[in-house]
Write a protein that binds this ligand. Structure first.
Ligand SMILES: [Ca+2]
Ligand SMILES: [Ca+2]
Ligand SMILES: [Ca+2]
Length: 233
């Protein structure tokens, strides 16, 4: 019975460690944006639902999801997404250029000082690619691939286009239609920060299997010991 209790204790300790390490080691890089917080007046109000900046290997990927359908600028549709991603590469609001979010979004402006930016509308002139530019000189630093789904887009920026930055940046997104800006993220003054991809969180079903597996193993071991004990009598 002691072994069974010990096994249960060990499995629960393992569960606590799993949850503990997920919470402590890594912050979630996903920023959720409210639904219905658009600020344009036109018939099409593109509404951001989340933004996510993840660093992997030698590139930084920005993913933006929307409440309803979007289209690439090269499609020239009413729901084509244009706008900018402000990149504060040195995470210092006092260096670089004022953010596009501050220019085109409602106040208050986010606390960003851009070293670089992504020009989402530039996809109209080279489908599947967007301009990455130096925010101070506007010099082109590279063309980054952009992919679209019906309700999201994702831009993968080689770190070489960001002056060899480590990919941990503060950033913000301002988007809209060809007619007007309609949404930004994050709202308010605190910028988003990129990070490593979200760590996989063990699902409750997996944890249950783990517990029953460990407990079952302990019971079997106990049974074997009982059999051995009986046969030795
Ligand atoms: Ca929104
Ligand atoms: Ca800066
Ligand atoms: Ca917003």
């Amino acid at each position: 019975m002691l072994t069974f209790r010990k096994a249960l204790l060990a499995s629960f300790t393992l569960i606590l460690c799993c949850f503990g390490s997920t919470a402590i080691v890594q912050a979630d890089p996903v920023v959720v944006d409210p639904v219905g917080d658009t600020f344009g007046v036109g018939p099409v109000q593109l509404d951001i639902s989340s933004i996510n900046g993840t660093v992997s290997g030698s590139s930084l990927t920005f993913a933006v999801t929307f409440v309803s359908a979007i289209a690439p600028p090269s499609s020239s549709l009413p729901n084509s997404v244009v706008g900018f991603i402000d990149i504060d590469a040195d995470q210092n609001r006092f260096t670089g250029a004022p953010p596009f979010q501050g220019v085109f979004g409602p106040p208050p402006a986010p606390l960003l000082g851009d070293e670089f930016f992504v020009d989402l509308g530039s996809e109209a002139s080279h489908p599947g690619l967007v301009d990455i530019r130096n925010a101070v000189t506007f010099a082109l630093t590279g063309l980054a691939p952009i992919t679209y789904t019906s309700t999201s887009f994702s831009v993968t920026v080689p770190l070489a286009f960001l002056g060899g930055d480590n990919g941990i940046v503060n950033y913000g997104v301002i988007i809209g239609t060809f007619s007007e800006p309609t949404d930004e993220a994050p709202n308010g003054t605190i910028p988003a920060t990129s990070g490593p991809p979200r760590a996989p969180v063990p699902e409750p079903a997996t944890l249950l299997l783990l517990v029953t597996g460990l407990a079952g193993g302990a019971l079997k071991a106990r049974g074997r010991r009982k059999d051995n004990y009986r046969s030795s009598q």
